[in-house]
Design a protein around this ligand. Structure first.
Ligand SMILES: NC(=O)CC[C@H](N)C(=O)O
Length: 323
């Protein structure tokens, strides 16, 4: 992978990371998964990767964290690659909810109980059940392979986070049992949950998710390794889901004030995909980029407080919006 050279972009990121680190005091590390509470809430890091391999990074860009809900994007890509988009969308819809990511209220209100989208927990558990393979191990492997094809390196589960979530996953367990009752799980309940919790516990850095964002920004094409990893149509459906549902019930605010497809996770990661901006070659990363942010103090919606503040500033300064 290309090395970082000192650039104006890097100087900006360093300055903004310092400026927004304090915002973390407005949030808290997720506590409902006890192991996530152990993170240092004041951390803030960012990595931006361009199509020529150019990297700019600042702050705690090398801190490892678990994918959590960012994994939902990758499991969706993996399931659709295996079954085809239309078949997956028979089991999960593409509509935003306006509810919390772990809400169950709409599952029973709208018959026959097809989860609203793959970016909320209910939809993601359905998608995990659809991953290729028989049994937990094979399904998880097909997810892990997809991650590794994109980041170009091997990733491990953070066992402590995995165990912590497995032991406390009562809400997800109830969602999964409900999905089984309504026929929206393609494998046994505890298997689907196990795959889902394993994928959430995969450990990455901001650079890894920046790389995945870069590939999405280029419609499934890896511009660094020069390889099409999945189809354009799948990339577009996925980005539309990220725009409408990726930041949960704060997706509208994020679309208005950042304006790029993104996905957050409760460990404090945010992955964003910035497509090439034809309007000016002078803009930083005009050829598109992937962005990975890490800041573990999250807000009431489950999004990194300092991370969102940093992205809002950056989007305005570098004219990132797709709108
Ligand atoms: N928003 C998230 O990142 C949620 C992921 C977490 N593993 C959960 O299911 O609760």
């Amino acid at each position: 992978m290309a090395q970082q050279t000192r650039t104006i972009e890097t100087d900006c990121l360093e300055q903004w990371t310092k400026q927004y680190r304090g915002e973390s005091s407005k949030g808290k590390c997720a506590a409902y998964i006890p192991a996530l509470k152990e993170a240092d809430p004041t951390q803030l890091g960012i990595c931006v990767m361009g199509p020529d391999g150019q990297i700019s990074r600042a702050g705690n860009y090398d801190a490892p964290f678990t994918l959590q809900s960012i994994s939902k994007v990758i499991s969706f890509l993996a399931a659709c690659t295996h079954h085809g988009i239309a078949n997956v969308l028979e089991q999960v819809d593409v509509e935003p909810t306006g509810d919390a990511f772990d809400s169950m209220v709409r599952l029973e209100m709208h018959k026959p109980g097809r989860p609203f989208n793959p970016m909320i927990n209910a939809g993601a558990i359905t998608v995990s059940s659809l991953l290729q393979g028989n049994g937990v191990q094979e399904k998880f492997l097909s997810f892990q392979d997809m991650v590794e094809r994109m980041t170009g390196r091997k990733h491990q589960i953070n066992e402590e986070v995995y165990r912590s979530e497995w032991q406390t996953a009562n809400r997800n367990r109830s969602l999964a049992y409900y999905l089984a009752a309504t026929g929206f799980l393609a494998c046994p309940v505890e298997d689907a949950l196990d795959v889902y919790i394993q994928q959430c516990s995969l450990e990455v850095t901001a650079e890894d998710i920046a790389k995945i964002g870069l590939i999405l920004a280029h419609d499934g094409y890896d511009p660094i390794r020069k390889e099409q990893l999945f189809g354009k149509e799948l990339a577009r459906v996925t980005k539309a889901l990220m725009v409408t549902c990726g930041m949960y019930n704060a997706s509208g605010n994020f679309a208005a004030f950042v304006g790029v497809p993104a996905k957050s996770g409760v460990s404090g990661g945010i992955m964003a995909a910035v497509p090439p901006r034809g309007r000016s070659r002078e803009l930083p990363f005009a050829g598109g980029c992937g962005i990975g942010v890490y800041g573990p103090a999250i807000d009431q919606y489950g999004n990194s407080v300092a991370g969102v503040a940093l992205l809002k500033h950056m989007a305005s300064a570098w004219d990132l919006t797709i709108y």
